[in-house]
Design a protein around this ligand. Structure first.
Ligand code: HEC
Ligand code: HEC
Length: 281
């Protein structure tokens, strides 16, 4: 095992050195959008092959754990309660405007993140919930990653469970998508890694004790319960974790950079059904 780890680390380190960006072995991923200065990676293995390796390494561990009960299910129940709770100066709850069981928000989360003309930027589900609290309810915004914030986000997302992700990068969304993509491909940190290097090019290879995941399913299951956190957290918390792993300074939650990145990553999951709460190691 430790030989494999050493070999993998050496492989990654050498590969970064021998094949710097622009080595001519990369193809376009086919989103019709390539920001200047970016050469896209072609994954070393297909998504299907990655999924085979995932089964081989982890078996059905997370599936079984989730079946035994996802601790985030309790949070989902809290989210439903909060949705119906009157708060703020306007004397309203989310349910007052969006239906007692959130009927009017069914399927909506599958279209997020999306461009918002008022923001002149990208709106996420988490950000929109706080905008509604502030502007529609006269209630204080919820602190990102706090239990009530995650609970409401989880509930709103769950109203789209089973609905295929369908985010748009057309028109005014495009420059923000391209900014997200540029961030994804940018080399950074002391180790000179990029998100894409690990999650596109080397997806399916081992790095220390971890199998590097292909990004096709990165955006479909958040908020998720993670064993490592012993808690439920958001996709952006995961961004911060990966930033820290490669010694890059993490961004604040819902920063413009992270919203653009979320748009980029969610677009990679277009067609994949939303499934929350997720469960990960
Ligand atoms: C007084 C009515 C009102 C209340 C209360 C309210 N909202 Fe909204 N909400 C709106 C309106 C109006 C929009 C339309 C989008 C806009 O104008 O930004 C909206 C948009 C949304 C959207 C995006 C819908 C879409 O189609 O893109 C979500 C998600 C949402 N609200 C969630 C919530 C949640 C969760 C709460 C409770 C914390 C809440 N809202 C409270 C009026 C309300
Ligand atoms: C040095 C390699 C490396 C880099 C660079 C890296 N990650 Fe990761 N990432 C990992 C590992 C290891 C995991 C945990 C195993 C897995 O799911 O791949 C992970 C997990 C994730 C997950 C969770 C996947 C899931 O299924 O829940 C997301 C999302 C993610 N990374 C996004 C990013 C983003 C965005 C960046 C760039 C800011 C990035 N990563 C940079 C190694 C890396």
């Amino acid at each position: 095992m430790s030989r494999l780890i050493t070999r993998t680390l050496i492989l990654v380190a050498c590969a970064c050195w021998v094949f710097p960006l622009g080595a001519g072995r990369y193809a376009l991923a086919g989103d019709g959008s390539t920001p200047p200065g970016i050469k896209e990676y072609k994954p070393n293995i297909s998504t299907q092959e990655y999924e085979k390796r995932y089964k081989a390494v982890y078996g059905k561990f997370t599936e079984q754990m989730a079946q035994e009960g996802n601790p985030a299910d309790f949070m989902l129940d809290d989210g439903k309660d909060l949705f119906g709770k009157v708060e703020g100066a306007a004397g309203k709850s989310c349910a007052s405007c969006h239906g007692a069981n959130g009927e009017k928000l069914k399927g909506v989360a599958a279209t997020y993140p999306k461009y918002d003309p008022e923001l002149k930027g990208i709106d996420t589900v988490a950000l929109q919930i706080n905008r509604c609290r502030k502007e529609q309810m006269g209630a204080p915004e919820l602190k990102y990653e706090s239990d009530p914030q995650l609970a409401l986000e989880l509930y709103v997302k769950s109203l789209s469970n089973g609905v295929p992700i369908n985010v748009s990068i057309a028109g005014p969304a495009k420059p923000f998508y391209e900014a997200g993509k540029a961030f994804y491909y940018k080399r950074y940190g002391q180790f000179n890694f990029s998100c894409a290097l690990c999650h596109v090019k080397y997806a399916g290879h081992m790095i220390r004790a971890n199998l590097l995941s292909n990004n096709r399913h990165h955006a479909d299951h958040w908020p998720s319960y993670r064993l490592k956190w012993g808690a439920t957290g958001s996709l952006q918390r995961r961004f911060r974790g990966c930033n820290k792993n490669v010694r890059q300074k993490p961004e604040p939650f819902q920063s413009e950079t992270y919203r653009n990145l979320e748009l980029y990553l969610t677009y990679q999951a277009n067609g994949v059904p939303i499934e929350v709460p997720g469960f990960r190691m």
